[in-house]
Structure formats: C-alpha cells, structure tokens
Design a protein around this ligand. Structure first.
Ligand SMILES: [Zn+2]
Length: 657
C-alpha cells in the first residue's frame, strides 16, 4: 500500500513513520471507548505506554480529525502532569524532552466522527458498528500508528447497553453489570500487533463456542435469527484450525479466535488479530453451503493470523508475504476438505488468470507494491507451491517454522523468508527468486508443466476439450471423468447433454442448469428435477429456463418454488416475484403485494447485494419509479463503494431515458 504523509512543522522534528520507530517504541494502549450510535461518534480515553529508544523533543500518533482534551504525561512512576501538544488534521504531536531509555505514559481524551474505517449501520432494531483498518487506517477512529512497524498491545473496553454484544481483539476479561441497563466490557491482548489489525464489532449477536485440539477457544458469532445457518457456515472451522496449526507447525499465536459476520462489509473478510470480521453474505444454510460457502475466506483469514498478524510485511513491496501465504495455506486447508482435484483445479485457474494478466500487459513483479490482487494473492501462492516442490516438503516446513519463530511479533521482508529456506536447503535460491518473484513475467508454462507432473486430474482435464477433439466429447459425458471435466464439456457443447448426464453430481447438474438454456422436450422431466437440487444457483437457473421454455407449465414451476428464498441476497425469491409478475393468470390477486415487496428490497434496510438485485429487476421491468428512485438517491452516499458505484451508474442510465 502506498502511504501518504505530509511533512509538517519541520522546526520541531522531521519525523516520518519509519524514522519515528527509531526513537520510540509504543508498547501498550488501553482504550475506554463510548460508541455514540445516534451521532456516529466515538469518545475515548486512552493511555499509551511507551519506551524511548533515543532522546527527542517530540513524538506523534496518527489521529484523523480528532478533538483532544486532558492530554497528560507520566514519566516512569512519577505524578501525572499536563503535556504540551498540538494536533493537525492527521496527527497529534506531543512536545516534551523525552529521554533515552525512559518509560512514559501518555493519557488523552478524544472524540471523533470517523469518515471511514469505522461504520455505523443504524438499521431498525439491529444497529451495528464495525471497523476496517487495513487500507483505511485505524487512526480514523483510534489514535494509533498508520505505520505497521511498531507493534502494540491494544486493550479495548466499553460501556454498552445490555442486549448488545461488544467484541474486540484479545480475551474478554470483564463483563460486569452497571446501573441503568448498562454493562462494562473489557478485552485484553497478551501480545503486540500492528495498528491496522485493531478492530471492534458492536451489535446483536449470539455465539457458539468450540475448542481447538490444542485448547484454543473458537468463538463463532451469528445473528440471533440465523441459528440454522451456524452449522453450515462454520462447518469446517475447527477442522481447518487444527489442520493449519499442525501443518504450519507453529502454535496459534493469540489467545482465542473469534469470527463475526457483519452487514455490507467492504471485503469478503478481514483478519483482525484474533477477530476475523466477514461479510454476512457468507452466512449460508445447508443448501447454500453447496454453492458459495465461507470455507475459503475462513481459511484465508485464519492463515493471516500467522502470516500478516504474527509476522507483518515491513512495506508494500513485501505484501505477498501476507496475501500469498494466506492464499496458499488456505488452499492447503481446502485440499484437506475438498480433495486433490479441487486443489489442482484452483491452482490451474490461477495459472490461467495470471497468464491472461501477462498477455494483457498488466503483469508485474511480485515485489511491485502496485501489483494487482491477482499477483499478490495467486502469484504469491504459486511461488510457495513451486518453492515447496523444489526444496521438498520437509525443508519447506522447517523453514516456515523457523521464519515464524525468528520474526514472531515483528516485521519481515522477502529476503528474511528466503534466507530461512536457504539455511536449511543449503543452496542459494537467487535464481529462483529472480525467476519466480522478481521477474515481471509469470512463468506460466513452467507452472502448467509442474501441475501436469503433479496431477493426473490436470492431464485429464486438459485432454477433455471439445474445442480440440470433438469426436470423443459425447463419450466423456458417459464415462468416468472428473466432475470438473464433465462441466467443461457441458459448457462447451450443451447440446450433448442426454437423460443419462442428469445422473451426475450436484456440480455437473449445476453446469446443466447454467449452460442448457434451450431445453429439448425429451429432457423436460429431467430438467424439472433440477428444481429439487440442494443448490440455490441450480434452482434459480432451472426456474428461469423452465419458465421460458415451457410457458404452459409456468404455474406449476411457480407453485413448486413459492417458498424458496435462496442465498442471503434472496436470489430465488426475487426471481420468483419477477416471474410471477410476468405470469398474468397466476396468483392474480397478489400482484401489488409482490411488487411492493420487490420495491421494499431497494430500501436501506437491506444489504447491498439484495438492493442491487432489486434495483436491477425493477430497471429491467422499467418500473424504477418514485420510491425506487429515492432509494437509489440515498444509495449514492452508502459506505460501501460497490453500492455507490452501482447507484451512480443506474441513476445516470435512468436520467438518459
Ligand atoms: Zn488476505
């Protein structure tokens, strides 16, 4: 990430982030916060403990648009005294003759209305507050350090209304009732971390608790109304935790592991230390699990607890040490659950995406801080896969273990990791580093060759290709080839699908629902059986295709799917309403109610995904009128950039009409 800072007040000291870490080591921050939901504000009292490494006349904390009061300092164990300070838009500077090797405690009260990094969602009956520090800066809501290179123990507390849950990094140490329906809640960390990993969630939650094989408490949070989604959503959480602890060979470095879903999250998930926050779109029931489950995001954020949180990249140049490792270890955990074919298929997809990126001229060195996510995540994972193949499992694992042990709770760069591998491997890896890491071009031919050597599945998948060898294509659908290969044939030549092909797995049947859009009469009853599949994607596709292909049977299809909602984004329900509204003779008295329901889905009460779907359907029906347009207007100032972008584009389109 590129960081911007303004050189301010040179007469005091020309401190930039990297320089400040040479003078001062912030050790611990205790923050007592009060979250004011009505005015979207945080007020806090903070104590910072710090050690001086060199003497200086000023130090700073990053603090965006904050107001301060009662700024005080204590030198060692002496009495507290007023501390001279001034603040700019981005920082607070403390002026004091700080002495080398002396410890200090700084106290301050602050208040802020954060413009980003902390979000206040005020939905009726279920308000939620949550944070996102990476890429947004924690200093928007808590005075802290934008630099990742000074690691701090953060302990957050709050006073909250009972009935709400407050979750922060570390261990919940105090939970005591106060007067007036209020409770005090405190969290404490044992080990330090970079400021961007500081996080909190406030809202209405229940939780389910398990314990890892090694004894670490695992806490799975969920909305009270989502109890049926807990098992499928968190199905492999404990298994993956145990797997990663064992495979990485380094004990999980934090006190517990909590996972919390939130509305309209900015990303899929964020690995805040011991507190992963993820999008509630991943809360799935038993059927949704088969389509888009939380497993991969879950494993990715968990792997970051070691790679990113325990050892943190010194700068953007080494960002792959976080994303590449998290992506690769997530793949290993997923392989343990979904098998080898899944694993190699994912690696193959990465090779194809990376080669595409290179061909379009957008390839970069893995050490370019401006690289795409594809490069940081997928190329990073590939580097580890090839390195492991080159040096062998035993050397690779020992090196990773040594690397984590040596740099735990501190910061790293690429050479730190490579040196650990070289130490055990006994040979130089500079050729490898140049070719796989530093080079702009990704060696996709070599990557593909490695995959073909490692996996018979990949060889088969390559062979099964209707575009190359059409004569055998129909045969592939009859005999045993992998589900992935069958899905590939169906996508290339949907007309080859026969009754027998329906006797395949959920994934193959899903490919039928996606690619066989013109349904021959002789496949009608097989196709209708797709409406019973345990897949909301299949049901959505099949309902639409059947409705289009067999107009006389529309009532039958609508009656059959009447009660299906689908994913969190209500994919089946909304399609059902739209098809119903376009089937005049069916359910005729109910049309207005259904239309109102569809309009309602565009309102602020619902998640971005639900709203975008509803806006799109209404636009398609040329029915985005007053209420819909006023909701669209409001959506333009949403905190989620996807919502904003969508709302701006659609309203522009509507105005042109
Ligand atoms: Zn990540």
């Amino acid at each position: 990430m590129k960081k911007i800072f303004i050189v301010f007040c040179v007469f005091i000291m020309n401190l930039s982030f990297s320089q400040q870490t040479k003078y001062v080591d912030f050790k611990r921050a205790d923050g007592m916060l009060s979250i004011v939901l009505d005015s979207s504000m945080v007020k806090g009292t903070v104590w910072y403990n710090l050690d001086m490494i060199k003497s200086t006349d000023s130090i700073f904390l990053d603090a965006v648009n904050m107001t301060f009061e009662n700024v005080e300092i204590r030198v060692g164990d002496s009495n507290t005294q007023k501390l001279d300070y001034f603040n700019t838009q981005n920082k607070i500077y403390f002026k004091y003759p700080f002495q080398k090797n002396q410890t200090y405690t700084i106290h301050l009260d602050y208040s802020v209305k954060p413009k980003q990094a902390m979000y206040f969602l005020k939905r009726e009956n279920k308000p939620q507050v949550w944070t996102q520090g990476q890429g947004k800066y924690t200093s928007h809501w808590f005075p802290s350090l934008d630099d990742t290179n000074d690691k701090i123990i953060f302990n957050l507390s709050t006073t909250k209304e009972s009935g709400y849950t407050f979750i922060a990094n570390g261990l919940n140490t105090i939970n005591s009732a106060l007067d007036h329906n209020l409770e005090k809640v405190s969290y404490q960390m044992k080990k330090p971390m970079s400021s961007y990993l500081l996080a909190l969630v406030y809202g209405k939650y229940n939780k389910k608790t398990e314990t890892s094989k090694s004894g670490v408490p695992l806490e799975f949070y969920y909305y009270p109304e989502d109890s049926l989604k807990v098992e499928p959503t968190y199905r492999y959480s404990k298994r993956m935790f145990d797997f990663l602890e064992d495979d990485i060979g380094f004990a999980y470095p934090w006190q517990n592991y909590k996972q919390v879903p939130v509305h309209d999250f900015l990303y899929a998930g964020m690995e805040n230390t011991s507190l992963t926050i993820f999008s509630d779109a991943f809360m799935v029931d038993n059927i949704g699990f088969n389509d888009k489950n939380y497993v991969s995001v879950n494993a990715h954020e968990l792997a970051h607890q070691w790679f990113g949180n325990l050892v943190t990249a010194k700068s953007g140049e080494h960002h792959w040490l976080q994303e590449g490792f998290a992506t690769y270890y997530s793949l290993l955990a997923e392989r343990d659950i979904f098998g080898d074919n899944y694993f190699y298929h994912k690696l193959l997809e990465s090779v194809l995406d990376l080669s595409q990126q290179d061909l379009s001229g957008n390839g970069t060195s893995l050490l370019d801080p401006k690289s795409s996510s594809l490069t940081f995540y997928q190329r990073g994972a590939w580097v580890l896969h090839v390195l492991k193949d080159k040096v062998g499992d035993v050397v690779f694992k020992q090196a990773v273990k040594n690397y984590l042990k040596k740099y735990q709770y501190s910061n790293v760069e690429t050479s730190d990791f490579i040196n650990e591998v070289e130490n055990i491997y006994g040979k130089s890896l500079s050729g490898f580093v140049n070719y796989w890491i530093k080079n702009k071009a990704f060696p996709y031919d070599e990557a593909y060759t490695i995959l073909k050597r490692q996996s018979t599945f990949i060889n088969e998948y390559e062979m099964v290709d209707c575009e190359v060898n059409s004569s055998k294509c129909a045969e592939y659908l009859k005999y045993y080839v992998s589900d992935e290969a069958k899905a590939k044939v169906i996508s290339q030549m949907p007309e080859l699908v026969t009754t027998e092909v329906f006797n395949n797995s959920l994934k193959v049947r899903q490919a039928i629902s996606e690619h066989v859009t013109k349904i021959p009469e002789n496949l009608k009853s097989d196709y209708e059986s797709l409406l019973d599949d345990k897949s909301y994607t299949t049901i959505e596709n099949a309902l639409y295709n059947l409705w289009v292909n067999f107009p006389l049977e529309r009532s039958k299809y609508l009656s059959k799917t009447r009660k299906t909602i689908g994913f969190t984004d209500k994919n089946v329900r909304m399609l059902w309403i739209v098809l119903n509204l376009n089937t005049p003779y069916y359910d005729a008295d109910n049309k207005q109610v259904l239309f109102d329901e569809l309009k309602e889905y565009t309102s602020e009460k619902y998640n971005t995904d639900v709203r975008i779907k509803a806006f799109n359907y209404l636009d398609l029906m040329k029915s985005c009128t007053e209420e819909c347009q006023s909701n669209l207007e409001k959506a333009k100032s949403h905190h989620n950039w996807r919502m904003v972008k969508f709302a701006k584009q659609l309203s522009e389109k509507l105005q042109q009409k």
